[in-house]
Design a protein around this ligand. Sequence first.
Ligand SMILES: [Zn+2]
Length: 256
Amino acid sequence: MNCYDLTKMTWKEVEESLQTVELAIIPVGAHEQHGPHMAESCDAVLAEKMAIKLGEKLFPYAIVTPVVNMGVSEHHMHFPGTIALQPATLIAVLKDMVSSLKQHGIKKFLFLNSHGGNQSTLNLAAMMITKELDVEVYYAKTTASAKESIGKYIKSSLFGHSCEREVSEALYLAPELVRTGLLEKGDIREDGRWKQLRPGKAVQGFYFYEEMTQNGCIGDGRQGTREIGEQIVEEALTNLTEELSVLLDLKTELLY
Ligand SMILES: [Zn+2]
């Protein structure tokens, strides 16, 4: 065994693992449209794959839980198939997962999130669950820390959903998610209030995704490659491993 993957373990194996496990990694994704060229489970699958890879890096100190495979996706609801949780529902699910695992002796948790729309809810969840359950809660966006590789390879000014970054990550981690024959550039609307509401503006607000892009994509998925995905994913895993080792005071010489 090179990763404690809770979904594949017996209770005896879990009991044994708890002698060294300090951290539960909870993958958090979404079920939402990803344009004409990626399956709707994209974020859930990528979060799970990243969690397993991180669990390998942090073995035997981390255990990976089942993925939360739906998230806060209200902004994608006008595309067929999207399923959106209310933020309060996501927080409640996470709280119950943390509460259960705390009963088994785990006190530190990482929400490993692949979906931008979940981030502000996870910030609140971290605050609420820390306070209510007296545990340590961290959260991270799966590959956001891979700044060097993203700066080098991702050329679109607007990216982050079904774009060359996400297509690349999927080609590396779960190629079955990608319809390689159907890859499209984001069909971005030239006008509309979405431009006034983007992060970085003085005033922000909610808008639906179709206000920004007609095919549900941004960036240019056609530029995605498995090699770019590998660079981004591996850089992010190194950063996550290093920071978590410090936060958890792990014996890092055992990790490499
Ligand atoms: Zn996605």
